[in-house]
Design a protein around this ligand. Structure first.
Ligand code: RTP
Ligand code: MG
Length: 156
């Protein structure tokens, strides 16, 4: 599969606990729609320590890991499967850099600039590669058939 923008891709977005608590969902969804993404699936869930640790396993040896897990389990999250051409890279562009403080300076129109607080509390997640996207979508939703109708979703 390619990531050159020529084929439809799916990616995983999460509105993190601070994003949901701050009532940013509607504004984030407006950005999603304005950026040309389709929402394939969405679900609200409360991550426990084990599920959050598995989801972010790549960071398990980092100094910020325990703080990240505490943050991601501090309240419910909204998990969304997005689809469009070049979805993985385009969603990363739309959300902006990891550090929301820097995002406000360098990418003022990004989602993290809009609703993020700092390097940790940055209000949204985006898969970092096609491979990560596939793993993360399966983690929350199991397998989604490639022929699935755009616009079908199970909640909200
Ligand atoms: P995400 O995976 O959530 O989309 O974020 P990302 O790719 O931009 O950043 P990543 O390096 O994967 O880090 C995952 C999340 O960990 C928190 N973080 N804290 N205190 C720190 O140094 C630090 N660095 C990262 C953030 O919540 C980041 O989104
Ligand atoms: Mg990441």
């Amino acid at each position: 599969s390619s990531s050159d923008g020529s084929t439809e891709e799916k990616t995983l977005a999460i509105i993190k606990p601070d994003g949901l608590l701050g009532n940013y969902t509607e504004r984030i969804k407006n950005v999603i729609m304005d950026s040309g993404f389709s929402i394939l699936r969405e679900t609200i869930t409360q991550l426990d320590e084990e599920r959050a640790s598995t989801f972010y396993a790549e960071h398990s040896s980092k100094s910020f890991f325990s703080s990240l897990i505490k943050y991601m389990t501090s309240g419910p999250v909204l998990v969304i499967v997005l689809q469009k051409k070049n979805a993985v890279a385009d969603w990363r562009t739309v959300i902006g850099p990891t550090d929301a403080v820097k995002a406000k300076v360098t990418h003022p129109n990004s989602i993290r600039a809009m609703c993020g607080l700092d390097l940790e509390k940055n209000c949204v997640h985006g898969s970092d590669s096609l491979q990560s996207a596939q793993r993360e979508i399966s983690f929350f939703f199991g397998e989604i058939s490639s022929g699935e109708l755009v616009g079908m979703h199970d909640e909200l």
